[in-house]
Design a protein around this ligand. Structure first.
Ligand code: TXA
Ligand code: MG
Length: 319
């Protein structure tokens, strides 16, 4: 594994690796992705192997232009046009009926659709353009663990990745919002970096995901299994961290709060976007410090905090 600067030479090496049908980790504005030629069965299989990702969980395909995205769709809804015009490049993934299936036979669960996104990070765009490929790219971490927001996080989670392009820390720090446009009513599959309000301003009402999806049952967004985004340490959510009986918890214990919510070992911003940008890095840091329990102050129940609450809830789930 090598981390290389995302300069002309780094990009050239990355393109070579992709053309050899292998994988490259690269920065996006949300989290680092583990990219491969979306239409090479061999390259896509390598993503699943390295991540230890279950085969029922399909991948987002990243493209450089709206034309490329449309060319992969069997049907390109009017809402997709409006959203793409407003938010691409950016942290929004659109699920539409597909014309071509990415990878090999990995996508039973998403039989008829494809998830598409144009990322906004300049290095991601340069890689897409220089390679001329559509890149399947999940977050560059082992399945179920915390997404990487730096090149070093990738290195620690996936030491066998041949090449990581270093583009500095990801600015959003939380995954893209995934919106399903494949049926009559737009439906949120994964809350993420782009807020619901921004989406509604463009396309009107959006159906929200069911409160709880249990592994093994039918899923709309196959990747949204209950436990996900989890640190090694046990994560416990509490309305008031001061109320929790410390004697019942495994030491060492760290406390993660946000401004105005009492003292913590890690205090994040009280502004949801800034909180999201720092959350994964804080969890990585606490894991590296050898903490056994992370006691997390539950963020407010408002829509602005939806994506953060979703990730914390999954990180805290035990099965
Ligand atoms: O921000 C992001 O979206 C990052 C960067 C690298 O782009 N990628 C990412 O990918 O988070 P991943 O694989 O970790 O999450 C993709 C999510 C999963 O929940 C997956 O099940 C869902 O998108 N997904 C992919 N294709 C789908 C499809 N055809 N239908 C429904 N859900 C789909
Ligand atoms: Mg992921």
């Amino acid at each position: 594994m090598t981390i290389v600067a995302a300069d002309a030479d780094g990009l050239r090496r990355a393109v070579e690796v992709l053309r050899r049908e292998s994988v490259v980790a690269f920065p996006t504005e949300t989290v680092y992705g583990l990219g491969a030629n979306a239409f090479s069965a061999k390259a896509v299989a390598e993503i699943y192997r390295l991540k230890n990702r279950p085969s029922w969980n399909p991948l987002i395909v990243h493209v450089a232009t709206v034309e490329q995205a449309r060319a992969l769709a069997r049907h390109w809804p009017a809402a997709a046009d409006e959203l793409a015009a407003r938010f691409w490049p950016g942290p929004l993934t659109l699920v539409v009926p597909r014309l071509i299936a990415p990878g090999a036979d990995h996508h039973e669960a998403a039989a008829d659709t494809i998830a598409l996104r144009i990322p906004a990070h300049p290095v991601a765009l340069q890689l897409l353009e220089a390679s001329g490929l559509a890149l399947a790219a999940p977050s560059a971490n082992r399945s179920e663990s915390i997404s990487p927001t730096t090149a070093q996080h990738v290195l620690r989670s996936l030491p066998d990745v041949p090449l990581v392009l270093d583009g500095g820390p990801a600015s959003f720090g939380i995954e893209s919002t995934v919106l399903d446009l494949s049926s009559a009513r737009p439906r949120l599959l994964r809350p993420g970096a782009l807020g619901l309000r921004e989406l509604r301003d463009v396309i009107g009402p959006i159906e929200l995901p069911e409160a709880e999806v249990t592994d093994g049952t039918a899923r709309h967004s196959p990747g949204m299994s209950r436990r996900h985004y989890a640190p090694r340490a046990k994560l416990i959510l509490a309305k008031d961290t001061a109320d929790v009986q410390r004697a019942d918890l495994d030491p060492p214990i760290a406390v993660l709060t946000y401004e105005g919510q009492g003292p913590g070992d890690e205090v994040l911003s009280a502004e949801p976007r800034e909180y999201a940008a720092d959350l994964y890095a804080a969890l990585h840091r606490l894991d590296d410090a050898g903490v056994a329990t992370i006691l997390v102050q539950q963020p407010p129940e408002t829509e602005e905090w939806l994506a953060v609450r979703d990730r914390l809830g999954r990180a805290a789930a035990t099965a």
